[in-house]
Design a binder for this molecule. Structure first.
Ligand SMILES: [Zn+2]
Ligand SMILES: [Zn+2]
Length: 390
């Protein structure tokens, strides 16, 4: 039976799993219920090994093929965590927990990988092993980093890793991917400016931190405009400006700025960080103030390796048809902590169309259940194509 038909049969069951997870969203590393369901199902499917508590609350299932002579181990990854958003879909399966919501489709990613695991454990039509990886804390907590640091890839001998994320706006049944950088590095910037507070009518006796902050914010916009090569990509966004006071007639002693930097290469990232440090220091000093910069690198650039991206695109084309795969999609400036797995192993992340839905992280978003057979078929086909039984 062709894989796609097989998942047409499993579609209602996997949809039920997805909606149950959707109704019970959990944040960051606190995904105990979801991880428990995942581990329980993996055992019920007959996975050869099921390991819990990896990278705090991550789960890995290992499924050996009918043959294992190839020695190959392919890792497939899904994320399990939700977001601190109040859901506004009004759907029957909407979140039962106020202020928490699966607004990025990780409920769908988890359900689809479970569906693929069920099929793979049932059929075992491959030569090697597959590690199904369920990670916590994708939304800013670095759950992928924690699982890699916990030795997960070495422990299961994973040689290649593949990820998948839904994409609203892309029609259901279509895929998008590219070799090289797919998503950006996301860095945190925090700047504390210290001047000399005092009476607003006596500015000559003060060092005005709000004026320093205004000049600094303006100058920081020159980093992308005048330092980064126009053919490269970078974002500098200062999103929060907080002064020590809120009186109309007091010059505040301190001002804090917060923002984010997005880049698609290590070289540009280094360049932007260095320029920000120079601008912050020199602008403060030009006005007689002092500034302290905290520049924290969080998720690195998500980079698809060339061979694995081409392979993933071929698999997607075999599932959806060649015309349904965009092999050179433009990179996104959002970040993804699958990047930590891709720093450790060759692999590729692919986008799958979620259709005409609200965007991810929007209160009206819902994962599109019509994607389930497509996504599951992609995972199953990937494994059977990567490790064919001779
Ligand atoms: Zn998200
Ligand atoms: Zn996401």
């Amino acid at each position: 039976m062709p894989i796609v038909n097989r998942f047409a049969d499993l579609h209602p069951e996997i949809t039920e799993w997805r909606r149950d997870i959707h109704a019970h969203p959990e944040l960051m590393f606190d995904v105990q219920r979801t991880a428990g369901i995942v581990a329980e199902k993996l055992r019920a499917f007959g996975c050869d090994e099921v390991a819990e508590g990896i990278g705090r609350t991550g789960v890995v299932g290992l499924i050996r093929g009918r043959e294992t002579g190839s020695g190959r181990v392919v890792g497939l990854r899904a994320d399990m965590d939700a977001l601190p958003i109040m859901e506004a879909t009004g759907l029957p399966h909407a979140s039962t927990i106020p202020g928490k919501m699966h607004a990025c489709g990780h409920d769908g990613h988890t359900a689809m990988l479970l569906g693929a695991a069920k099929y793979l454990a049932d059929t075992r039509n491959f030569d090697g092993a597959v590690a199904v990886i369920f990670q916590p804390a994708e939304e800013g907590g670095g759950g992928g980093r924690e699982m890699v640091n916990d030795g997960m890839l070495d422990r299961f001998g994973v040689q290649q890793v593949f990820g998948m994320h839904n994409m609203p706006g892309l029609p259901v049944g279509q895929f998008a991917i590219r070799p090289g950088p797919l998503m950006a590095a996301a860095d945190h910037v925090e700047i504390e400016i210290e001047g000399l507070g005092g009476h607003a009518a006596r500015p000559h006796c003060c060092i005005d931190t709000t004026l320093v902050a205004a000049h600094m914010m303006t100058a920081l916009q020159s980093v992308v405009a005048r330092t980064v090569d126009p053919l490269e990509s970078a974002v500098v966004s200062i999103c929060s400006l907080h002064t020590a006071g809120d009186a109309f007639n007091v010059i505040p002693q301190t001002v804090t700025l917060k923002g984010t930097v997005r880049t698609l290469s290590r070289q540009v990232q280094d360049q932007v960080e260095e320029r920000i440090a120079t601008i912050v220091d020199h602008t403060a000093r030009a006005f007689g103030a002092q500034a302290r910069l905290e520049y924290r690198r969080n998720y690195p650039v998500t980079v698809n390796t060339g061979a694995e991206a081409a392979f993933a695109a071929d698999v997607a084309a075999s599932v959806a048809g060649e015309g349904q795969v965009d092999r050179e999609v433009a990179p996104l400036m959002g970040a993804e902590d699958f990047s930590f797995m891709l720093e450790a192993r060759p692999g590729a992340m692919i986008f799958t169309g979620n259709g005409d839905t609200a965007g991810v992280h929007h209160p009206a978003y819902d994962f599109n259940d019509e994607v389930i057979p497509v996504g599951c078929s992609y995972w199953a086909k990937l494994v059977e194509t990567a490790m064919p039984v001779r």
